[in-house]
Design a protein around this ligand. Structure first.
Ligand SMILES: [Zn+2]
Length: 186
């Protein structure tokens, strides 16, 4: 079975290559980046979402030099505490949706937004997110403070410096975000 790719940057007609399994129904999909000669692929790196022709679900993937380097699974990154506000839960849900769609930068941005929102709702003071995270030390452990800063920093790189985040880096950010949000809910 073949599939089409639509990514934020490229639209690629496909032929054959290694199989990618649909994260929802496990149907097999194939993707190929066209070689422009001498084993050189253009584009070299594609991040996108393969849309399953059977169930229409999107499976996030990353391909480099025509090798699949990442495929998003259907797994959960943790269960959010039900006591969190609808705003925080919605922001986090959008982070997971963005990830499943292959939008790594959008996903980490929404992780950051959900943490910022939860800190503000908890009335943690600070002139910026850096200060708010540091001022949450009565609630968050040192590890959680570190994870929150990691989430802040990786997103700052993506938004302000144009550094692209690899899809493979996102699950750790999603899991860290769930851990931080749940601590802020309690
Ligand atoms: Zn499917």
């Amino acid at each position: 079975m073949e599939s089409d790719i639509i990514s934020p940057r490229y639209s690629v007609e496909v032929n054959t290559m290694a199989y990618l399994l649909c994260s929802s129904c496990k149907a097999r999909m194939q993707i190929e980046i066209p070689a422009v000669g001498n084993g050189v692929y253009d584009p070299i790196r594609v991040i996108g979402s393969a849309i399953c022709r059977q169930c229409k679900a999107g499976t996030g993937f990353e391909i480099e030099n025509n090798v699949i380097t990442y495929v998003s699974g259907a797994k959960s990154y943790g269960i959010l505490n039900g006591a969190l506000s609808e705003t925080v839960k919605t922001l986090y849900a959008e982070a997971e949706l963005s990830f499943q769609s292959g939008a790594s930068n959008a996903s980490t941005s929404m992780c950051r937004a959900s943490i910022e929102s939860a800190l503000t709702e908890k009335e943690i003071q600070g002139n910026n997110l850096f200060e708010q995270i540091n001022n949450a030390k009565k609630i968050l452990s040192d590890v959680e403070i570190g994870l929150a800063h990691a989430c802040r920093l990786i997103t700052t790189g993506a938004i302000h410096r144009g550094e692209l985040i690899a899809l493979a880096d996102v699950p750790a950010i999603l899991s860290a975000t769930v851990r931080i949000l749940n601590k802020l809910a309690s």
